[in-house]
Design a protein around this ligand. Structure first.
Ligand code: ATP
Length: 575
């Protein structure tokens, strides 16, 4: 039985050590002591979730309830707890402090096991209806009554959604492999399995039950796959040199949806793999009416503006739906889903089939002009023909094209040259990255009234597990956007920087690494101040960065990687 105390002791060390190898070893030691069920709980705990993200389950407890529970468990009035929290800025630290000076000792102080703690979290998440808030607090108070000061810190941080260990999924996968094989040799198999089901708890449970089971993990409905991603090149010529004959499709600027159907049940997942079924009832209906019994496919959804006869980009589509209500929006701005891949069909995993075959299936199953229709695609083999499709896509107001390797399987969770995107800006002076905000600045002069002057943006280095800074961005915000950013960011301020941040720059406020922004820039330069791919020396930085938009459809795990910035730098230098 794994004691919660041991888990917390490891977390405490992990927080102070930021080396990925040390983290991996510490976690591997914990996994060694786990039963399969405990291994699943440990994965979710580190990820800061109760269940895989696509199940959309949370604890339903805000800061206020956590404060009330700390007060009740330690015997101090709420206002004192609140006062301490205002100073510390970290609810976990406040819980530790009050737990140290507890006024009331509980009668039955038991050793907490990981299983007991996690199952109590599950009970808290399930409590609903009248009296559920009291029940949630009661369950949390019971946990706090039995916890020591360190345990109280992690219980409260978990409940508050701010665990901030800085441990990414790749480190957890490494640790599982190391715990069993003594090295990372099983990491690739584990990662493949994770990419086809996106449920780390399930992977850990299956692996520790039978390590060989992981090799035969397959795609199944309602377990969303990690999305395949596109590489980029600068010119049609480079794309043809790389792929030869290929299929070239329009790149639609809508929102990506992974659609699953089995019998009457239909679910749709966003690019972040969050369940978005209730948001798009007309699409659900169209999927339910498909004649296939079981199917998983991917498409890009866009709203069509009936009066203006044009497609609306992602942000506007979502805005219309919020503003007009779903029903009215479905009439005036009907959705179209451009299907661009198929991953599973009536019991058959299609991810290993070459794209040429998957494309044929798409064209057989989906019809032009319907709500669900195939993406516009053309098979071609010359740079001139590719350029013509690219120009046509731009004239139609689209973002560009994606060229697809005819022979490639579906690369779940991977950015590969199976898909190559060519956008309007490539080869010219402007490009974009998607980075996460880790801190922000107070405004000066005119901006002082907004208490917002810009953000510090990071990309992710999967080799080291670190967030690396790439730009301080102060341009591109309208007045209302400055207000919005200040509101969003001030709610997630933290007293310390994220544990896995590699940074040489100061900010006015650190924030939880949560919001992803698309940042345009003129070129990449080498800078002593930024840490992107710096390896201890000069890093890469964006020149003239400006915010394009918040990428609400992207999460921390979907941001641009340092390697991608390096390849953009090489593209820029004409390598
Ligand atoms: P970007 O920021 O350029 O939109 P991204 O980081 O969201 O890119 P990429 O993997 O680089 O994602 O580019 C592929 C994205 O393009 C997909 O996530 C999908 O949402 C979108 N897309 C639009 N049309 C297509 C298409 N025909 N085939 C594949 N993806 C498409």
């Amino acid at each position: 039985m794994l004691l919660f105390r041991d888990v917390c002791a490891a977390f405490d060390v992990i927080e102070s050590k930021s080396g990925r190898l040390e983290m991996t070893d510490l976690l591997a030691e914990l996994f060694k002591k786990c039963t399969p069920k405990e291994a699943a709980y440990l994965c979710y705990l580190i990820q800061g979730i109760i269940a895989p993200p696509y199940e959309g389950i949370d604890l339903g407890m805000g800061e206020r309830f956590a404060l009330a529970a700390i007060a009740s468990a330690t015997g101090y009035p709420s206002f004192e707890v609140e006062k301490h929290f205002k100073k510390s800025g970290d609810l976990g630290d406040t819980a530790t402090e009050f737990s140290k000076k507890k006024k009331q000792l509980s009668l039955l102080s038991n050793d907490l096991s990981l299983e007991y703690v996690f199952e109590t979290f599950q009970k808290i998440s399930k409590a609903s209806g009248s009296g559920s808030q009291e029940l949630k607090i009661k369950l949390l108070v019971e946990l706090l009554n039995n916890s020591d000061p360190l345990e109280a810190r992690y219980i409260i941080r978990f409940v508050n959604g701010s665990l901030r260990l800085g441990v990414g999924d790749p480190t957890i996968l490494d640790a599982i492999s190391v715990s069993h094989a003594g090295n990372k040799s099983m990491r690739e198999q584990l990662e493949r399995a994770y990419n086809v089901c996106s449920d780390l708890g399930l992977i850990a449970k299956s692996f520790f039950t039978s390590p060989s089971s992981i090799a035969s993990f397959h795609v199944s409905p309602f377990k969303p796959l990690m999305p395949a991603l596109a590489e980029r090149l600068n010119t049609p010529k480079e794309i043809i040199e790389k792929l030869g004959e290929c299929i070239v499709e329009n790149k639609y600027d809508g929102f990506r949806m992974q659609c699953h159907k089995s019998g009457d049940r239909v679910e749709m997942y966003s690019r972040k793999l969050e369940r978005m079924t209730p948001m798009l009832p007309e699409v659900v209906e169209a999927i339910r009416n498909l004649p296939q019994k079981e199917i998983i496919f991917e498409g890009e959804a866009l709203a069509y503006d009936v009066s203006k006869k044009r497609y609306l980009p992602f942000q506007q589509t979502m805005h219309r739906r919020r503003k007009h209500g779903i029903e009215a929006a479905s009439k005036d701005y009907p959705l179209r889903v451009f299907v661009f891949d198929i991953l599973y069909l009536d019991g058959k995993d299609m991810t290993d089939a070459p794209y040429a075959d998957r494309r044929k299936t798409i064209e057989k199953l989906f019809l032009k002009g319907k709500l669900l229709m195939p993406s516009e695609a053309k098979k071609l083999k010359t740079a001139t023909a590719l350029e013509a499709v690219f120009d046509a896509s731009l004239s139609a107001g689209l973002e560009g094209i994606i060229a697809k390797d005819l022979a490639a399987p579906y690369a779940a969770g991977k950015r590969k040259f199976a898909w190559i995107k060519l956008k309007k800006s490539y080869g010219k002076s402007v490009d974009t990255i998607d980075g996460v905000i880790v801190g922000y600045y107070l405004g000066l002069g005119q901006r002082a009234e907004f208490e917002f002057g810009g953000v510090l943006v990071c990309v992710y280095n999967p080799q080291s597990g670190k967030l690396e800074t790439v730009a301080k961005v102060a341009s591109g915000f309208s007045e209302s956007e400055m207000k919005q950013m200040q509101e969003l960011l001030s709610r997630i301020k933290t007293p310390k920087p994220p544990a896995n941040l590699d940074c040489k720059i100061a900010v006015d406020f650190w924030v939880e690494p949560k919001y992803v922004v698309e940042v345009a820039f003129d070129e990449l330069t080498q800078s002593p101040n930024h840490t992107c791919n710096s390896k201890g020396g000069k890093g890469l930085a964006l020149r003239f960065p400006r915010v394009v938009k918040l990428r609400e459809d992207k999460g921390l795990s979907e941001i641009t990687t340092s390697d991608e910035v390096v390849s953009m730098f090489e593209l820029q230098r004409g390598k």
